[in-house]
Design a protein around this ligand. Structure first.
Ligand SMILES: Cc1cc2nc3c(=O)[nH]c(=O)nc-3n(C[C@H](O)[C@H](O)[C@H](O)COP(=O)(O)O)c2cc1C
Length: 246
């Protein structure tokens, strides 16, 4: 195994940070590493907003319901951005007619790919971080705070800083559950058998990590997303922001 694979396999989300501030040059470098990610049709449909001001981080910690947003060194907000394409169109007297579900998906995917490069680059420098999907809890308020123009939306945030804890690696699904050869190989009952095995692994992990306070299995832990849809305000917000889904 080489060092890159070793680094990738040692990822764990960091939610406790020391008071130390990451040098701005490092942040710029990890963002540049993010920009090196593959990007659909060379469109580069993303922007990153870095928040270091304590009051603004505290406000965002409230809005996202994630307290570590206030205590990290840099809170990065990764935005999907198709405004740039609309602006390019204007430069060539061409109205923005390519605004549809496919473009929304491309912009969101490209944002995620660049962000994951940023995370890995930061980890390679000994920093740690955690994604913050909670940015979409109160997405309209966040957008107002960040003064986001039309055609831009925050996909997720990312806390970055110097780690002040060393959490255990969180066990992933067995390879057989996610990796297939030539065709989709698992029957539903085979999948459930693998999930039942994985449940035991996750239960042991939670029990150990929380000293017995949390003992749920993986299939139990995902029930919140099975029982009801989440963040049902998103479509209305995104349409107001100018995104289209046809
Ligand atoms: C898009 C995305 C959004 C996430 N949002 C949050 C969040 O709002 N709060 C949080 O504490 N963790 C968040 N996480 C971190 C996941 O909970 C974490 O990656 C997962 O439990 C696996 O743990 P690990 O990263 O330590 O391996 C998010 C992760 C991703 C990829």
């Amino acid at each position: 195994m080489n060092q890159v694979i070793q680094l990738l396999k040692s990822h764990r989300s960091i939610r406790k940070f020391t008071d130390e501030t990451i040098p701005e040059a490092w942040i710029e470098d990890v963002i540049k590493a993010g920009q090196a990610a593959s990007t659909s049709s060379f469109l580069q449909t993303y922007s990153v907003i870095s928040i270091t001001d304590s009051d603004r981080k505290a406000q965002l910690a409230e809005l996202t319901s994630n307290p570590y947003v206030a205590t990290c060194s840099h809170f990065l907000v990764f935005c999907a951005n198709v405004e740039r394409l609309a602006l390019a169109g204007e430069m060539h007297q061409t109205p923005f007619q390519g605004n549809n579900l496919e473009l929304f998906l491309m912009a969101s995917l490209d944002t995620a790919l660049m962000a994951q490069n940023v995370m890995v680059a930061a980890e390679s420098l000994g920093l740690g971080g955690v994604y913050i999907g909670g940015i979409r809890n109160q997405i309209a308020q966040v957008s107002e705070l960040l003064q986001l123009p039309q055609f831009i939306y925050p996909v997720f945030g990312m806390c970055l800083g110097y780690p002040d804890h060393e959490p255990e690696l969180k066990p992933r699904l067995p390879l057989a559950a996610v990796y297939h050869k030539e065709r989709y190989q698992l029957t539903p009952s085979e999948e459930q058998e693998l999930l039942a095995q994985y449940d035991k692994v996750v239960q042991a992990y939670y029990t150990k990590r929380t000293g017995g306070k949390r003992t749920d299995t993986w299939t139990e832990s995902v029930m919140g997303y099975v029982k009801k849809p989440s963040r049902t305000h998103l479509r209305e917000y995104l349409e107001k922001q100018g995104f289209r889904f046809d």
